[in-house]
Design a protein around this ligand. Sequence first.
Ligand code: PFF
Length: 517
Amino acid sequence: MRQRWGSRLGIIMAVAGSALGLGNFLRFPVQAAQNGGGAFMIPYFIALLFLGIPLMWIEWTLGRFGGGFEHSTAPGIFHSMWNKNRFIRYFGVIGIFGPLVIFIYYTYIESWLLAYSFFALSGKYAAATTQGAMKSFLSGFQGLEKNEFFGNIGTAYFFFLITFILNVSVIYYGIKSGIERLCKYAMPTLLVFAVIILIRVITLGAPNPEHPAWSIANGFGFLWNPDFSALKSAKTWLAAAGQIFFTLSVGIGVILTYASYLKKEDDVVLSGLTAVSTNEFAEVILGGSIIIPMAFAVFGPQEIQNIANSGSFNLSFITMPLIFEKLTGGVVFAFLWFVLLFLAGVTSSVSLAQPAVAFLEDEFEINRKRAAWIFGMVAFVLCQPAIFGLAYGVVDELDFWGGTFSLVLFGTIETILFAWVLGMDKAWEEIHTGADLSLPSFYKFIIKYVTPVFLLAILGFWVVQEGIPTLLMKNVPPENKSVVLAVRLMLVLIFAGLAAGVWLAWRKRMRPAAKEE
Ligand code: PFF
């Protein structure tokens, strides 16, 4: 029997859970600060309207369509749409590969958040009161150096194990009793925590009496005052599109898998839009109001530039703990903050695991529990390079191929399949099956022409601006080159392994048919 969601709210929460993650609270504000502040919102909203929302609908619709053929992952779904083409199912491999690759590093970072939740309460990092000391704390924790805080990577590894086991257990219990149940509790909790922190931020005033101009209001100004000159650079547009993909979890295959557990007559239009709106509220309103304005108010206009440029990891694991140390009741707020991020992380990482598990279940008829075990063992091995190769840029390399390249490529493929292979008339009918809401007909034009052209343009620009330099390892320090090559070899092997899986599954399926003839 095919697994199903327990309720409509259940799947909306699960999709919103996948979408709402570290991307909303950490990646978004830093992207905005680095790419024109308020002006970033122009390409951002354009990408939301023409890429994000259409892709969300496309994935819900295709997923539900594939579920009707007992397929939960892209190889089977693409095959059901275009069974005359023998190769299309191999393109679908990206829809399992991408999520698996993101899972490998995302889970490790997620485990730091669990660790920091404990550290916040236990006062473990309280002795670190400067940026330098907090950086040593983080490096010691990650096993990059031995220092007064940590002698080895043991603590980090312990928290990784807990996080990893938690993820696999949720998958083991399945769609309804695992993922849906987790999201039902985790989502409201994290939203409440975020609102509590937001209220604290707004009431902060100017926390440093020596610098009355370092106020929260000016912090908002720093983030949102538009720098329109940023719009002239293709980089800003690529960053906005990339953020939309990443934050909505679209273009990668996970929503496809989630939607495959819908029933034929379940609505996708309004449900998809609700998931998008929840994510955007959490991103623009909550994510955009916490870390950057707070960092401005505590560290001032000069330092904030360095902080914003040093990236989201430093901001979350170095700057934020220091900020909370300076606030009254900071221990509690720090705890809420890290727990909220951890919850946002788990509800995303389980969605990254599900395609690989569903692939084993559907295409090899392995039962869910056993599939979760197999996934757990393989993923555990694959996580090790991310943990031990952190210093050599392994996470960046995985993020590039899994979290950027796969997204744009897969998003383009599925849009073209939907609008051009399935055909816009059939596609329109599919979207509207069971729909509570009728889409304005100009969206037909958008999905058919605007979204694919936009995607192809982004893909083209991206390959030239970032793809080729990265492929040639232009920005990789010489000492890391061999590790980066080893990671690439691992990625090729993962992809080849999955492609071989598709080949085997279809060969098995074709056999009985051949006999009948
Ligand atoms: N949307 C998640 C975030 O904003 O953190 C990250 C993510 C989850 C990306 C799942 C892709 C995905 F398939």
